[in-house]
Design a protein around this ligand. Structure first.
Ligand SMILES: Cc1cc2nc3c(=O)[nH]c(=O)nc-3n(C[C@H](O)[C@H](O)[C@H](O)COP(=O)(O)O)c2cc1C
Length: 133
């Protein structure tokens, strides 16, 4: 398995991760659950009307933390907006529960992929594993 696939699988299995953004000098963090590998990139999903989206537009540097079975993942990087219909449709197809609130051609649905990303898997029992993509 490629490193980026391992990261996406971990986020899927953890089900919930926490996404931190920056607003001025104030960190903001909230639960997220969307993750998709599409065209070799790791995508997440949000709504353009949310404060989180506006924070990412102003400063694309974010960090994710997820925890599962004694291992935690920290993923730091920059998010890039992708307004293509096919990227949004792929996200909604993977996570059909989103279709109650979002569609690939509304004005709100937003998908973003990571660039300059560093993923670190840590535990109390093993050396950290670092993956970049
Ligand atoms: C388990 C869980 C998963 C969530 N996943 C997402 C998600 O993937 N994308 C999203 O936009 N909101 C998701 N939410 C909702 C956000 O946490 C919520 O809208 C939050 O207020 C957004 O942050 P903001 O208020 O700073 O914009 C999720 C909530 C929970 C409880």
């Amino acid at each position: 398995m490629e490193g980026i696939e391992k990261v996406c699988q971990f986020l899927d299995e953890a089900q919930t991760y926490y996404l931190a953004t920056v607003e001025g000098d104030q960190p903001r963090v909230r639960p997220f659950g969307t993750a998709l590998l599409f065209e070799g990139k790791l995508y997440i999903q949000t709504g353009k009307i949310k404060p989180v989206s506006k924070q990412i537009a102003a400063n694309p540097k974010v960090e994710i933390c997820a925890f599962k079975g004694g291992t935690w993942l920290r993923l730091a990087g920059e998010l890039v907006n992708d307004d293509r219909y096919e990227a949004k449709a792929a996200m909604l197809d993977k996570m059909p529960s989103l279709k109650a609130m979002y569609s690939a051609d509304d004005d709100n649905t937003q998908v973003l992929y990571f660039k300059n990303a560093t993923a670190t898997f840590s535990s109390f029992t093993a050396a950290p594993e670092v993956i970049t993509f």
